[in-house]
Ligand binder design. Structure first.
Ligand code: DGJ
Length: 310
């Protein structure tokens, strides 16, 4: 395949629907590993792999109700089936590679599967990018609510966990411990009462950009961004990017490609039929403190197999 249509549910190299919603792409060993929500059967998170961002090979259901569970130094609750015998709810899984421990670390938003009252985060690990992850349980960081979330790995491998707190009213930025397995410090409580969620972070030439959506359930809204000179520095006020529905998408993550393109990946949720939710990938124009994004119908490979948009 050499073309994906924005907004559609893309297919993998076997012709099957790609279920990696609300996800994240990790670059490792010349591959792109795409992780995301897969709510089918007993599955929680699936992983796909590509060299060109268009042809995606299914690799593994890396987290399921049958995943190995293992407690660790952080006091958590380890359960992948709730009291009703039903699946819990894991949203927005993101994975980073920790060089010092040679471990792939997944953080995700945890809820009990019946409602959104737990508002917790959960951690899982694996020694390969697409192996069977071990689930280490869920907790509330410093006791705070933690819903929509993302991970960001900064220069010198310092990592951050960013999540919506206080019933989504505020956006918290936490610095992670060196092994990425715990929260080290709450470094920011951003945009008090502005209800930002679906955070996504990228850095270009020393300027950091944090994109997010407002809170409107499964329905899209006007995307906004802020910029900063450092994750732990002051952030600007929020500015708009895209259009009033962010081209019918909600941010999932931002990828700096191997050939230094900056791409926005979003979810085009189908509020009535989750499994028909599609994907949107668009080039981001990052210049100084400004972010611009235009819509293109398709994502495709040019004659030199480089991703382009038309
Ligand atoms: C918007 C969030 O971004 C999604 O991850 C999901 O939690 C929905 N809200 C649920 O309404």
């Amino acid at each position: 395949m050499n073309k994906l249509k924005n907004g559609e549910l893309w297919k993998d190299t076997e012709g099957n629907p790609i279920h990696a919603h609300g996800g994240h792409i990790l670059k490792k060993d010349n591959y792109y590993y795409w992780y995301g929500e897969d709510r089918r059967d007993n599955i929680y998170v699936s992983c796909y792999r590509s060299k060109d961002l268009v042809n995606w090979e299914f690799r593994n259901h890396i987290l399921t109700t049958d995943s190995k569970m293992e407690e660790y130094r952080v006091r958590t609750v380890c359960k992948l089936i709730n009291e009703d015998g039903k699946k819990v709810n894991l949203e927005r899984p993101k994975v980073l590679y920790n060089k010092s421990t040679n471990t792939f670390v997944l953080w995700t938003h945890y809820e009990n599967g019946n409602d959104y009252t737990d508002a917790a985060c959960a951690v899982a690990t694996c020694d390969t990018p697409d192996g069977d992850f071990t689930y280490h349980g869920h907790f509330n960081p410093f006791g705070y609510m933690s819903r929509d979330c993302t991970l960001y790995q900064d220069k010198d491998d310092v990592a951050y966990f960013i999540s919506a707190a206080r019933d989504n009213g505020d956006l918290h930025v936490y610095r992670l411990s060196e092994d990425y397995l715990n929260i080290d410090k709450l470094v920011h409580r951003l945009w008090q009462g502005e209800y930002r969620e679906a955070p996504a972070v990228v850095e270009k030439e020393g300027v950091y950009y944090l994109l997010s959506s407002f809170c409107t359930g499964w329905y899209p809204n006007q995307g906004k961004y802020a910029s900063s000179k450092g994750i732990e520095e002051d952030w600007s006020s929020l500015q708009e990017f895209g259009d009033e529905t962010t081209y019918h998408s909600q941010p999932s993550f931002i990828l700096k490609t191997y050939d230094d393109q900056f791409l926005y990946f979003g979810d085009r949720w189908n509020a009535d039929h989750y499994f028909e939710s599609g994907y949107v990938a668009l080039p981001l124009k990052l210049e100084g403190e400004n972010v611009e994004m235009s819509f293109y119908d398709s994502v495709q490979l040019d004659d030199t197999q480089v991703i382009t948009f038309k």
